[in-house]
Design a protein around this ligand. Structure first.
Ligand SMILES: [Zn+2]
Length: 355
């Protein structure tokens, strides 16, 4: 039997945004070592990514933006306050975008149902880069599926703690790509976008769906959101292709966010996503890149086990999870989540019969 496809090469380690930057290039290598330690690497087919061409990048970005990035790559400089353009990061981002295209091809050709890439650079829009993101690999893959392969319905589910403002920008008018983002309430975190009323424009009206979770939302609150919105919506949309933009920054001890999933929660979200993706589109392109602090690899392992439905005891390969504040707010979190989900349904009712 063919192994689990995972797109990786040591070249990804060139993703270096400078000393002290939270998006560390070492994360990829650490995770591969952890997969090995957990006895899972032997079940994987590790595939070397091929860099995306300019034509590939132009699927999601404007020619002027590519010129700007190229200029900054040569001269040095910043796309935004948190996003320096370095030669290494640009090269690694091309590899990551290329791996998304290769993984999509592998699935489209019927060679695999599920494939994994180290991606999810969802803060890069058509003509802007920010939030550590230069090229939007998620959007490039989704655009290729609709523009080059002629698919009519691609679903992108973004479970990163931050809202995918770049992906939203690229597909805001496009009904071929249903973009669902579940993230920490944008009133409390970068990028300050992703409110319930941002639902798309023109032909794309109803095809952008934002689920802003209250800070500290944990495993039970994510189940509320999956049951109320994500699962019925995906079934109604009937995607031909399912992309998940993951990452472990919804982990409760993440350095940059304030959500409340533990390792079991990260795994559960991935497992539910897998079941939904295979039950609707029959496939899943699973991407992961985020996570800040000491828990990145362990969060990724929990996710990986969920999205592959593996029985591996991922916690036995992790340190003891850090203490968390006592959960005195569970009732109020449940009510706040339910209230948000109800107002989101009200926004979506005109466009979706399932609500
Ligand atoms: Zn994030």
């Amino acid at each position: 039997m063919a192994g689990i496809p995972i797109f990786y090469s040591d070249e990804l380690g060139k993703f270096d945004l400078g000393e002290g930057h939270p998006l560390t290039g070492s994360r990829f290598r650490y995770f591969m070592a952890l997969l090995d330690r957990a006895g899972l690497l032997k079940d994987c087919d590790v595939i070397s990514p091929i860099p995306a061409s300019d034509d590939d990048l132009l699927l999601a970005h404007t020619p002027e933006y590519l010129d700007r990035v190229e200029g900054l790559r040569k001269s040095g400089g910043w796309l935004s306050i948190d996003t320096p353009v370095t030669a290494g990061a640009t090269e690694a981002q091309r590899l990551i975008a290329g791996s998304a295209l290769q993984a999509a091809r592998l699935i489209l050709d019927g060679k695999r149902d599920v494939a994994h890439t180290f991606g999810g650079f969802h803060h890069a829009g058509r003509d802007f880069g920010e939030g550590f993101c230069i090229f939007n690999d998620v959007a490039i893959a989704a655009k290729a599926l609709v523009e080059r392969d002629g698919l009519k319905r691609v679903l992108v589910l973004d479970t990163d703690a931050h809202q995918g403002n770049g992906t939203m920008d690229i597909f805001y008018n496009d009904p071929r790509v249903l973009f669902i983002s579940i993230h920490q309430d944008p009133k409390t975190i970068y990028p300050g976008k992703g409110f319930v009323w941002e639902t798309g424009e023109g032909e794309g009206k109803g095809f952008t769906v934002n689920i802003p979770m209250p800070p500290l939302s944990g495993n039970a609150n994510y189940i509320q959101a999956y049951e109320a919105i994500i699962e019925p919506l995906a079934r109604a949309f009937k995607p031909e292709f399912f992309i998940r933009n993951g990452g472990s920054d919804p982990f409760y001890a993440d350095d940059l966010t304030m959500l409340g999933l533990d390792l079991d929660g990260l795994s559960m979200v991935s497992r539910r996503t897998r079941d939904l993706a295979l039950g609707t589109a029959g496939n899943l392109l699973d991407m992961t890149v985020s996570g800040y602090g000491d828990w990145v690899s362990y969060g990724w392992l929990a996710q990986f086990c969920g999205s592959e439905a593996l029985a591996t005891d991922y916690k036995s390969f992790s340190p003891k999870q850090p203490r968390r504040a006592p959960a005195t707010t569970e009732d109020s979190l449940f009510r706040a989540t339910a209230g948000m989900l109800e107002s989101l349904k009200n926004e979506l009712r005109a466009d979706w019969k399932c609500f």
